[in-house]
Design a protein around this ligand. Structure first.
Ligand code: FIX
Ligand code: ZN
Length: 414
C-alpha cells in the first residue's frame, strides 16, 4: 500500500464517520410533545449541570444563592465565570461554543444578549429538525420515567409520537428505593407490598409490562452506584432477578446498566453534585452468566472499569458495551476507550451516546465524538491496509453504520 493510498483511505474513513447518520442511544431529550421538558437554547446550554459544577469553582455565590436565581441570571453567572473571566477550555465549555458556531451564531463577540436574540427567532419544533440535521442524528432515545411527575401525565394523556424520538423505560426508583416506590405502584393499581415476595414481583412485572407497551420502550434502564452487587440479597438484586429478568425475556427488553455513579456527594449542587466510583465488573459478568437468555447493555462511569468491561463483552455475547458516559465524555478518554474497544471487540459495540439534556448539545457531542471515532477507526483500517487487505467503501459504510447505532439496533431486535 503506497503512502498516498493510505492517506486517502484515512480520509475516506473520516468522511464516512462524519456523514453517517447516528442513532443516539441514550439522551435526556424529549419529543417536542412534552413541551417544557424539551430543553433548548443558550440559557439551558449555560446552566447544563456540567457547566454549573465548573462555574462554582470560580464565582462566590453560595449554592443556595445561585439556585435561587432565575434561570437567565444563573446563565449570566456561568457565562461570566467560565467564558468572560476565564477562557472556556473545558470540554463542556468548548461544547457550548461548538454548538453556537455550527448553528451559525457569532461566538467571538462574547455577547450573550445578541445570542439570546438569535435564539428568539426559533420555535422548538423546527429547532429539533435543525439540530438533527446539523448533528446528523437520525433517531434519539429518550429517558422515560413513569416516576417523573411532569412526564407521566403526558404519557397517560397520549400524544402523536415524533418517529425520531424513541422511548427507553427508566426505573431507578424501583430498583434503588423500593420502600418508597411500593406505595406509588400500589396507588397506581398494582398489587405489591414492601415485602419482596412472589405477589410483589408479579405486580412489578405487570407495571413494567404496561409501561413498556404504553411508551413502546426499546430497552429498560437503570443507573447504579459503584457498590452494585450481583447476586445479592438486597432489594436491587432481588428485583432484577425476579422481575426485570423475566420481564426482559417476555417483552424482549434488553436491560441497560449504567454503573458507577455516586449520587449527591455534594447534594447542595443538585444535579451537578454526583460523583464517580470504580465498580465491580464481576457483578455484570455474573448477571450475563446467570441469564444467558437476557440481553444487557452496559456503560461504566469509572475509567478504571473500561478495560475489564470490554473483556467481559468478549466472554458474553448477551452483553453490549456502549458510550463514554459523563466524566468519561472528554476527548482524551473517548480516544483511549474507543481505540481499546475497537482492538478488543471490533465494531460489535456502540462507542458513544450523547447523554444530551439540551437539544443543541447534539451538535457538539456528535461533532466532537465523530472526530475522535473517525481518527481511531482510520488508524485501524490503515493497519488492515498494511497487511494487504483492502477495505471497500461499502464495508467501511457498513461498519460505521454499526458503530453509530446500527449494532445496537441489531442487538436489541427480537
Ligand atoms: O443517570 C443518567 O442517565 C446520567 O446520565 C445523568 O443522571 C447525569 O446527570 C448526566 O446528565 C450525565 O451525563
Ligand atoms: Zn444519562
Amino acid at each position: 500500500m503506497t503512502q498516498e493510498r493510505t492517506a486517502s483511505l484515512g480520509a475516506l474513513v473520516r468522511q464516512v464517520v462524519d456523514e453517517t447518520p447516528v442513532f443516539d442511544i441514550h439522551t435526556h431529550l424529549y419529543d417536542a410533545a412534552f413541551g417544557e421538558l424539551l430543553l433548548w437554547g443558550i440559557d439551558e446550554l449555560l446552566i447544563y449541570h456540567y457547566l454549573v459544577a465548573e462555574a462554582f469553582r470560580w464565582h462566590d455565590l453560595t449554592e443556595h444563592e445561585f439556585f435561587a436565581l432565575p434561570k437567565a441570571q444563573q446563565a449570566e453567572v456561568v457565562w461570566d465565570a467560565l467564558f468572560i473571566k476565564h477562557s472556556p477550555i473545558s470540554e463542556a465549555c468548548r461544547g457550548v461554543l461548538t454548538c453556537l458556531n455550527a448553528l451559525g451564531f457569532d461566538v467571538k463577540k462574547r455577547d450573550l444578549a445578541a445570542l439570546r436574540r438569535e435564539y428568539a427567532k426559533w420555535q422548538p419544533g423546527e429547532f429539533v429538525t435543525r439540530c438533527c440535521e446539523v448533528a446528523k442524528v437520525r433517531k434519539i432515545a429518550m429517558t422515560n420515567s413513569p416516576f417523573d411527575e411532569l412526564e407521566r401525565p403526558v404519557w397517560e394523556r397520549g400524544f402523536e409520537r415524533d418517529p425520531r424520538f424513541v422511548a427507553a423505560l427508566r426505573i431507578d426508583p424501583l430498583l434503588l428505593d423500593w420502600p418508597a416506590t411500593a406505595p406509588k405502584l400500589r396507588a397506581w393499581g398494582y398489587d405489591v407490598s414492601a415485602e419482596l415476595n412472589a405477589k410483589t414481583f408479579d405486580g412489578i412485572r405487570r407495571f413494567l409490562g404496561d409501561w413498556t407497551k404504553r411508551i413502546d420502550s426499546q430497552y429498560c434502564m437503570v443507573s447504579l452506584p459503584p457498590d452494585f452487587a450481583f447476586p445479592h440479597n438486597g432489594a436491587t438484586a432481588q428485583i432484577i432477578e425476579h422481575a426485570i429478568m423475566p420481564h426482559g425475556r417476555e417483552h424482549n427488553q434488553a436491560f441497560a446498566l449504567m454503573i458507577g455513579v455516586n449520587r449527591a456527594v455534594n447534594p447542595a449542587l443538585r444535579l451537578a453534585g454526583d460523583s464517580v466510583g470504580a465498580a465491580d465488573v464481576g457483578a455484570v459478568e455474573r448477571l450475563c452468566a446467570a441469564f444467558p437468555e437476557n440481553k444487557f447493555l452496559c456503560t461504566m462511569l469509572a475509567r478504571e472499569n473500561q478495560h475489564a468491561l470490554c473483556v467481559s463483552a468478549r466472554k458474553f455475547r448477551n452483553l453490549h458495551v456502549f458510550g463514554c458516559w459523563w466524566f468519561m465524555n472528554i476527548p482524551q478518554l473517548i480516544d483511549e476507550t474507543t481505540r481499546m474497544r475497537l482492538e478488543l471487540i471490533g465494531t460489535s459495540m456502540t462507542p458513544q451516546h450523547s447523554d444530551c439534556r439540551v437539544l443543541d448539545q447534539l451538535v457538539y457531542k456528535w461533532s466532537h465524538s465523530r472526530a475522535i471515532i473517525g481518527n481511531a477507526l482510520a488508524d485501524k483500517y490503515e493497519d488492515l491496509a498494511a497487511t494487504g487487505w483492502e477495505p471497500t467503501r461499502a464495508e467501511i459504510e457498513r461498519d460505521v453504520h454499526d458503530l453509530l447505532g446500527g449494532a445496537l439496533e441489531k442487538f436489541i431486535a427480537p
